[in-house]
Write a protein that binds this ligand. Structure first.
Ligand code: HEM
Length: 506
């Protein structure tokens, strides 16, 4: 439905250059039965535009839904960060949020078993701050070298163009650090009922810097106020049979009728020097920080209260980047975060163009004065006649040393460090999660896993059973039974696993 009809002052058709179009029904031909004439300029313009309508889809997270909203501070955290958006209780900041499926292509089904993207943009007075997170607190990997192949493995087989349980599970089971995330994905939380009914997480460790230039490590959590709701495989299959866009529909309709979804924001704070003392790797993306060690501290809440008027303009062209940071919020040594700091802006330049930051949804709501100029489709004044170099004698483009971060101590020899040698505890956190599950939830986990493994080759199923067994004997036994196999056979199959010697095998 078009809600803009009344707003639009123009009703008559023109070309892109503004010239009136006299006939939009009939092409220009030589006689009623004759061929087209090349001088049918309007037909040419229409077709030329048509074949350029689509921009590349996001390499992953291609299917998504977005909405605008408002973040409100409810608690004082100024002892940890000088970021202005947190400077006062009651302070409001405009936001844009995009939720997504990960593996699905642009037209994919919303109710698939997969993790969900949870990308948030805060339009702060000091620039855009993006948290490009997921609905899970951990991730499949902890070294970015592995990311491109993770995506290939979960997407389509290059020959059949079908999703391949063999390739998907071969890759997952060869990354024991993925086991935590795989357990969450196969659990009863693996298919959220809607985007409104799931939590969000920054997942990585980031840093806060306060007004005294002290650094804290921080993790971000966003708890749904709608409550967690999930779908079973059966419910999801039935929904997708009727509606591939169930999450988009749910979010759009809720906002349209004024039922604005809300999330509460919490942080976990670790003093800078604790990072060297905690028994786990504080920058390991496959692990959480136990809440007992670092409790959740409430910060504020956001609500989504406005649907975009135009999906392509605001949602498809949205370009989030973990490198969009503001003073008081910064990075950590997490290797995956470090890789992401470059990759998203690079993707945006490819997907949307070098001037993607001028598109309204990406445009900062504060003055931008970067001295980056020109480039394809520059649509602002391009900094007019201002001198275009720095230093200059005209006091333009002055740097702002007061925003410098405190120095970060880094030590160690440059090498291809193997995370496995530093920390090979893959199972204690998923074990704790498994122990928290009721018997019914465990059963759901076993059955979801067996269904998702589908026709994967047997040696891969055996490998997964061994991983489950290493996590907890009941987990191994439950998945084995659901697959119609035994733990004993899985353990015996270890010596004949074809991945012997080329990956970490449990
Ligand atoms: C989208 C790269 C890990 C969350 C993307 C895109 C790229 C990318 C290139 C498409 C961006 C675009 O075209 O606008 C990577 C790399 C990773 C990584 C290289 C690791 C080395 C992660 C992790 C998370 C995450 C750990 C969550 C904790 C997202 C989300 C989107 C996304 C939510 C969709 C953003 C949107 O809604 O537009 N990623 N990613 N990614 N990624 Fe990652």
């Amino acid at each position: 439905m078009n809600h803009d009809l009344k707003k639009c002052p123009v009703t008559h058709l023109t070309t892109d250059q503004g010239a009136p179009v006299s006939d939009n029904q009939n092409s220009l031909t030589a006689g009623p039965r004759g061929p087209l004439l090349a001088q049918d300029l309007w037909l040419n313009e229409r077709l030329a535009n048509f074949v350029r309508e689509v921009i590349p889809e996001r390499r992953m997270h291609a299917k998504g839904s977005g909405a605008f909203g408002t973040f409100t501070v409810t608690h004082d955290i100024t002892q940890y960060t000088c970021a202005k958006l947190f400077s006062q209780i009651g302070k409001k900041t405009e936001m844009f949020v995009r939720f997504s499926e990960v593996a699905a292509e642009r037209g994919g089904g919303d109710a698939e078993r997969d993790i969900r993207g949870f990308a948030m943009r805060f339009y702060t007075e000091q620039g855009n701050w993006d948290i490009v997170g997921n609905n899970t607190p951990v991730f499949f990997l902890r070294d970015p070298r592995k990311f491109p192949d993770l995506n290939k493995a979960v997407k389509r087989d290059p020959r059949t163009n079908l999703r391949s349980p063999t390739y998907n599970w071969d890759y997952w089971t060869l990354l024991p650090e993925a086991f935590h995330q795989v357990t969450i994905t196969m659990s009863d939380r693996g298919i959220p009922a809607s985007y409104r009914h799931m939590h969000g997480f920054g997942s990585h460790t980031f840093s806060f810097i306060n007004a005294n230039k002290e650094r804290f490590w921080v993790k971000f959590h966003f708890s749904t106020q709608q409550g967690i709701k999930n779908l079973t495989d059966e419910e999801a299959a039935s929904i997708m049979g009727q509606d591939r866009d169930s999450h988009q529909r749910d979010l759009y309709n809720a906002i349209e009728k004024g039922d604005f979804p809300k999330w509460t924001m919490y942080v976990q704070i670790m003093p800078e020097t604790d990072a060297e003392k905690v028994p786990y790797h504080p920058f390991d993306l496959s692990k959480v920080w136990p809440h007992g060690d670092y409790p959740l501290i409430e910060v504020g809440e956001f609500e989504l209260n406005r649907n975009p008027d135009n999906y392509y303009l605001d949602v498809e062209q949205a370009a989030f980047a973990p490198s969009n940071l503001v003073p008081g919020i910064s990075v950590s040594p997490d290797k995956v975060l470090q890789a992401r700091l470059y990759n998203y802006a690079d993707a945006a330049r490819y997907r949307v163009g070098v001037n993607h930051h001028q598109i309204p949804v990406n445009k900062a709501r504060c003055p931008v004065f970067s001295n980056h100029r020109d480039g394809l489709t520059r649509v602002d004044d391009n900094y007019g006649s201002l001198p275009h170099y720095e230093p200059n004698s005209f006091h333009q483009w002055q740097e702002q040393p007061e925003f410098r971060e405190p120095p970060l101590k880094i030590h160690g020899d440059a090498d291809f460090w193997n995370f496995h040698e530093d920390d090979n505890d893959y199972f204690s956190q998923p074990r704790a999660l498994f122990n928290l599950m009721s018997d019914a939830q465990k059963q759901v986990l076993f059955e979801n896993t067996a269904r998702a493994m589908g026709d994967a080759l047997d040696f891969i199923k055996y490998r997964h059973i061994r991983n489950c067994h290493a996590c907890h004997p009941d987990y191994g036994a439950g998945v084995a039974k659901a697959l119609g196999m035994t733990v004993e056979d899985a353990l015996a199959a270890r010596s004949s696993d074809p991945a012997q010697g080329c990956a970490v095998l449990i």
